[in-house]
Design a protein around this ligand. Structure first.
Ligand code: GDP
Ligand code: IMO
Ligand code: MG
Length: 426
């Protein structure tokens, strides 16, 4: 029986996946990042020490866990090198424990320049993280990308860059008023990247498949969230990868039928960073309290996160398209002081109730959430370790979520620390 678990975000990212992966990694043999790149910011708080990881799997802090950055990721070697050094400073040595797939695509400085230049234009701003994610995945799809393995094959690299830079320079100079990028400069950059990556590069797949087929405990760490999925999210206000459980298979190479469990992570309310529709957003004192109490500032860019109530239309859709087998609900403590808590149970569009999640962002922006209100419990859930000791009103709120989504809550988090977990069977 496969023992493979995928952890996915069910909202617009920042659900607390890093914390949940850290908790589950204690029992894991292998932890894999399979999509996204340094746009992710996954926070772990261990012994009151905060750690933010962008590329290295969150399982790295458990010293007996092996980690993989698989081919679905787009890897920025500069960020990667900084992260390896940061971890070394914490006495966490990655060499020998972390494999980067030779097939992983490399984010180069011109990808970041294209990303930030595109965001500077008046029209079509998406509010990206500026980490070069979209341009790098675009190159991958256009078969113009540089893969980690290519860094060690200068003639092949040169040929790829000749094809790619012709197009990039036309765009940089013609559309964005930037200076062109030269092949020697990029080759030099790639030489530096090769040095940083060399101790980690390999073909992760045979070892990973051996682990899965051998019943080892494999954890797949999703980045971003379902609503940012390039196919199923709020297009075009999405990232450029499949953030859903489907992406776990294509991005890691594990066959779909061997992924046994999908843990969907959701906050007890909702946040979003960047542009795009967000039906339950609270542009008022409620939103400000959620931001302040939840410390809702981006782990990657530091931008204030947009905040609002839990959206069950979006959550039910997300749970379904991911086939989640259980829910991890985070940040319950952020609601502790609220007098009243609202949850969107459905949307109305042009005065009529709609039951399916819209495919179009323009339509979603016209949807009006219909709320059900719950009385706040106004007592601390932070510090509680068992479900039976938290206020009945908090349990009623959680039960409503569980029943609406139709999936059990297996993990309940009520504080940023590793120890801030409430036993849902206790
Ligand atoms: P990720 O991208 O999904 O890993 O989430 P982030 O790390 O970007 O954002 C989640 C933030 O919430 C981090 O600052 C976490 O330390 C924090 N966090 C996670 N779970 C909880 C919780 O239950 N309560 C509180 N107050 N903070 C939490
Ligand atoms: P984690 O893994 C929250 C958002 C950006 C922007 C959109 C596209 O920490 O949950 P991109 O740079 O990917 O081209 O930006 O996606 N975004 C995230 N929002 N958490 C993330 O990652 C995100 N990664 C990207 O804000 O709206
Ligand atoms: Mg994050």
């Amino acid at each position: 029986m496969p023992n493979t678990t995928c952890v996915v975000g069910l909202q617009w990212g920042d659900e607390g996946k890093g914390k949940i992966v850290d908790l589950l990694s204690e029992q894991a043999d292998v932890v894999v990042r399979y999509q996204g790149g340094a746009n992710a910011g996954h926070t772990l708080v261990v012994n009151s020490q905060k750690l933010v990881l962008h590329l290295v799997p969150s399982g790295i802090v458990h010293r007996s866990t092996r980690c993989i950055i698989a081919h679905g990721v787009v890897l920025d070697p500069v960020q990667f090198g900084e992260e390896i050094e940061m971890l070394r400073g914490l006495s966490i040595v990655c060499e020998g424990r972390l494999v980067v797939s030779e097939r992983t695509h490399v984010v180069l400085s011109f990808h970041k320049l294209l990303d930030t230049s595109s965001e500077k234009r008046e029209h079509g701003k998406l509010g990206t993280t500026g980490r070069g994610i979209g341009p790098c995945y675009a190159d991958k799809a256009a078969r113009l990308g540089v893969r980690v393995g290519d860094l060690f094959d200068p003639p092949a690299l040169q040929r790829t860059l000749e094809r790619s830079l012709e197009q990039k320079n036309a765009m940089l100079t013609g559309c964005y008023g930037e200076r062109p990028v030269s092949i020697p400069a990029v080759l030099e950059e790639c030489e530096r990247h090769a040095k940083v990556l060399k101790p980690f590069v390999g073909d992760h797949l045979p070892g990973l498949l051996d682990a899965v087929e051998g019943g080892k405990r494999v954890l797949l760490e999703g980045a971003q969230g379902t609503m940012l999925d390039i196919d199923l999210g709020t297009y075009p206000y999405v990232t450029s990868s499949n953030t859903c459980a489907t992406g776990a298979s294509s991005g890691s190479g594990i066959p779909p039928r061997l992924i046994a469990n999908v843990v969907g992570v959701s906050k007890a309310y909702t946040t979003r960073v960047g542009e795009g529709p967000f039906p339950t957003e609270q542009k008022n004192a409620v939103g400000e309290s959620l931001r302040e109490l939840g410390k809702e500032f981006g782990a990657t860019t530091g931008r204030p996160r947009r905040c609002g109530w839990l959206d069950l239309c979006a959550l039910k859709y997300a749970a379904r398209v991911n086939g989640v087998t259980s829910l991890a609900i985070t940040k319950l403590d952020v609601l502790d002081a609220m007098k009243t808590i609202a949850v969107a149970t459905h949307y109305e569009l042009d005065g009529a109730r709609i039951d399916s999640f819209p495919t179009s962002s323009a339509v979603l922006a016209r949807c009006r959430p219909v709320y059900r209100e719950f009385p706040g419990w106004q007592m601390a859930t932070h510090g509680a370790r068992k479900l039976s000791v938290i206020p009945a009103k908090a349990r009623a709120y959680l039960e409503f979520i569980r029943e609406s989504v139709g999936v059990p809550i297996s993990i309940l988090s009520s504080g940023p620390g590793r120890e801030d977990v409430i036993d849902t069977n206790g």
